[in-house]
Design a protein around this ligand. Structure first.
Ligand SMILES: [Zn+2]
Ligand SMILES: [Zn+2]
Length: 411
């Protein structure tokens, strides 16, 4: 039986993922995200569907779910971690839209209604939808991130965002045998430096900054990266603080220990550090040795005021921990040594460095994962330069499809 598919978003780009899949009687949607770019980008409108599946709680996967559940009478399948963290991000995106003057795509009531439609799953569960069975697996990307396997005569695996190596926060994903593999390709053509080496260099730099009398400001995404940084700092003797939206995510992760590599270690990492709970604490955190805070790309959040207070002293350092998208304040700082503070561009005298703590599989990891799944057909998505990976996979004998958004394809 043919499986009809279409990317409503996130096919030939990183962000706003939405995959429409029709097989037999069932029509389902995997993810319905938004790209928090300037202006934000949304997927094409979702048609009526039977059910939707959420791979994980990053905004480019979950950001537009309330829009779907406000229009269609459907359930949303997700892990409890994805639901709880997703609700934090969806509510935050309403505030961001309001503060930046973009039209609100949904309101608080829509988020509440969406959350009422979530149905919890655990890895290993099978969800029936019409004549289809969908099995769940860990995607290793962030806690609770899920891959979905459509079980049938021909089996299709949807990876969502994927990481195959163990990080301090989550264990890597394992390949699943399938006939069709719909795989993310963010790092097509690029590999990450050795993780342990990056961790070592990061900690060495933090110590160097502190020894010279400065402080290290560590901008980190709230979901995944903040916790990864706290786990890394835990074993040091450093005086580290944490602030911003990552604090709420810490709480969710500790409530859902089943999705963590070690809940005990995360609990220790959170309690060993000092959480900024109020204004007075924020003042004291300015005098700490390390501060881990949002936003990861310096577009708002407490990080801006921490940098503002630190910016004139070259002994201080800003240590980026993630990809800085074109047009972000973080990219501006890396490229020009200046950034925007409440609408005014100013010079930053601190040392600025970037470390690769990505939660996505690199090029070689993706090739190895695909080989482990041994499919006949591979569809690459969630990538803006998919060709490098496609070329290598074709050499390995796989049939590779690179559909554009809006292009219908059959598996
Ligand atoms: Zn993600
Ligand atoms: Zn993503």
């Amino acid at each position: 039986m043919p499986i009809d598919c279409e990317f409503l978003g996130g096919g030939h780009e990183v962000g706003r993922l939405a995959i429409l899949v029709k097989t037999g009687k069932a029509k389902v949607l995997f993810d319905y995200g938004m790209s928090a770019t300037d202006p934000p980008k949304y997927p094409a409108p979702a048609p009526p569907i039977d059910m939707m599946f959420l791979t994980h709680s990053h905004l480019d996967h979950c950001g537009m779910i309330p829009w779907v559940t406000a229009r269609h009478d459907i359930d949303v399948i997700a892990t409890t971690t994805s639901k709880k963290v997703g609700s934090i991000l969806m509510e935050d995106s309403i505030k961001v839209a309001a503060s930046e003057g973009y039209p609100e795509m949904y309101g608080k009531t829509d988020v509440k209604q969406a959350l009422g439609r979530f149905r919890d799953i655990e890895f290993g569960d099978t969800v029936p939808v019409q004549d289809m069975q969908v099995r769940t697996h860990s995607a290793g990307h962030i806690p609770g991130a899920t891959m979905y396997e459509l079980v049938g005569k021909r089996t299709t695996l949807v990876t969502g965002d994927l990481h195959t190596l163990d990080t301090r926060l989550v264990s890597g994903a394992k390949p699943v045998k399938c006939d069709n593999l719909i795989m993310e390709s963010t790092y097509s053509g690029r590999n990450h430096p050795d993780r342990l080496k990056t961790e070592y260099e990061f900690l060495k730099k933090v110590h160097e900054v502190v020894d010279r009398g400065g402080k290290a400001i560590v901008p980190a995404f709230a979901v995944g990266r903040t916790q990864e940084m706290l786990l890394l700092l835990k074993d040091s003797k450093l005086d580290y603080w944490h602030d911003g939206m990552g604090k709420s995510v810490n709480k969710v992760y500790l409530e859902e220990p089943q999705h963590l590599r070690s809940a005990k270690r995360l609990r220790q990492a959170v309690s060993r550090g000092r959480e900024v709970k109020n204004f007075q604490a924020r003042q004291r955190a300015h005098d700490g040795e390390v501060i881990v805070t949002t936003s990861g790309m310096l577009d708002g959040g407490p990080v801006v005021s921490y940098i503002e207070a630190a910016k004139e002293d070259p002994k201080n350092a800003i240590l980026m921990t993630g990809y800085q998208v074109e047009g972000s304040n973080g990219r501006k700082l890396l490229d020009t040594g200046t950034m925007e503070f409440h609408g005014v561009v100013e010079k930053v005298e601190c040392e600025v460095l970037k470390f690769d703590f990505s939660a996505h599989a690199g090029h070689d990891d993706l090739v190895a994962f695909a080989k482990g799944c041994s499919p006949q057909k591979i569809v690459l998505c969630h990538g803006d330069h998919r060709e490098a990976l496609a070329e290598e996979l074709r050499k390995e004998g796989f049939e590779v499809l690179l559909p554009m958004n809006g292009e219908k394809f059959v598996l």
